[in-house]
Design a protein around this ligand. Structure first.
Ligand code: CP3
Length: 339
């Protein structure tokens, strides 16, 4: 039974710093590519036995201290009635631009909409049987809204920002609906057996701190209050959130995810006793072993032995990463933090 990840989420002392990697299952692993080669990404997400298998790959290969459900933040959005494809980035055929389109979005019962997600969680809890905890996840309301309104990734996010500034009634109706959906979706994951939840707000950092506070934070607060989180720690990762940590903290998560644009030491000063997760630049995994080890040592030194640190990358692992370097990074974290 490896509980060091959950203990660290609650700020308890641990024998060594727990570590996992955002996007730890995926294309950088040949073992993933083998399973992925004969089906689409969506088919893989919707086949519980296979989704469970690729979830377990990094646990076996990298020796990480947590598993994260294999799925995507946009899976439940498809079930609201939006046609979704991955090419390989996500594409919605008909982006949301009007109030009528927001009103047409529906929130089906989760056992009917995403039975494959709940089944994957059940299989994983059986197969892991306590080996490492299982993290469930969802996108934050704003990040999901970005994809739903832009229709795909974007450089400037002009459509969603335009809606936020020029059509606030459409923006708020959309954010309310997404928040309602996420409360159902993440509670269903908790009920199915997810032992922690991470909320990915990949695009929260594209807003000014004042817009974040006014137009994103209220929905995050409502989402976090709506989750059955007594025994289930909540991790909130806002990419680019380092310049507004005090604001993001008001969301009310148990753990704050940090990207690499903020130093972990100064983030800990700002956040005081709040538990943090992060924050190695994912491209460091392309460096020689000595550099990887030095960067791991630097981040551990910035944490300065405080309890409540989960080691992670500052964003998802890149598809070209050598798996051996990811494995070496995990080994460094364990060795250098050993009490
Ligand atoms: O962490 C894990 O191992 C669990 C799986 C996971 C995926 N997506 C699988 C995936 C998680 C946690 C996500 C979250 C996600 N999805 C985010 C938030 C985190 C982040 O990286 O910012 C976002 C923004 C998405 C949306 C998304 N899905 C994008 C932009 C892309 C294309 C770019 C890319 O990395 O491929 C995806 C596709 C996707 N999601 C893949 C995987 C393994 C690649 C699909 C394939 O096999 O072709």
């Amino acid at each position: 039974m490896n509980k060091r990840f959950l203990d660290a989420c609650w700020g308890k002392p641990v024998d060594r710093t727990p570590v996992w990697l955002m996007r730890q299952a995926g294309r950088y692993l040949p073992e993933y590519m083998k399973i992925r080669s004969s089906r689409t990404f969506l088919e893989l997400c919707k086949t519980p036995e296979l989704a469970a298998e690729v979830t377990l790959q990094p646990v076996d290969i990298l020796d990480v201290d947590a598993a994260i459900l294999f799925s995507d933040i946009l899976i439940p959005v498809e079930q609201m009635g939006m046609e979704l494809d991955f090419v390989p980035g996500p594409v919605f055929a008909r982006p949301i631009r009007s109030l009528a389109e927001v009103k047409k979005l529906h929130i089906p019962p989760m056992e009917e909409a995403v039975p494959f997600v709940l089944e994957t969680i059940a299989i994983l809890r059986r197969e892991l049987s306590g080996r490492v905890p299982l993290i469930g996840f969802g996108g934050a309301p704003f990040t999901l809204a970005c994809y739903m309104v832009e229709g795909k990734g974007s450089k400037d996010f002009a459509q969603i920002k335009k809606m936020m500034y020029a059509a606030p009634e459409i923006y708020s109706a959309l954010m309310e609906k997404i928040t309602d959906m996420l409360i159902e979706y993440l509670n269903a994951q908790i009920d199915a057996g997810a032992e922690a939840i991470q909320i990915f707000d990949t695009w929260g950092g594209i807003l000014s701190p004042s817009d974040y506070e006014k137009s994103v934070l209220p929905y995050t607060v409502r989402l976090m209050k709506g989750l059955r989180r007594g025994k289930t720690p909540l991790i909130h990762f806002v990419k680019g959130g380092g310049t507004m940590l005090e604001t993001v903290k008001k969301g009310g998560a148990d753990v704050m995810g940090l990207d690499w644009h903020v130093s972990l030491g100064s983030a800990r000063e700002t956040l005081q006793e709040t538990v943090v997760q992060g924050n190695l630049d994912p491209t460091v995994l392309f460096a020689p072993h000595a550099t990887i080890e030095a960067e791991v040592a630097r981040i551990l030194a910035e944490n300065a032995g405080r309890p409540g640190h989960i080691f992670n990358l500052g964003h998802g692992i890149l598809p070209a990463t050598p798996p051996e370097n990811a494995r070496f990074m995990v080994e460094c974290v364990h060795r250098l933090s050993q009490k």
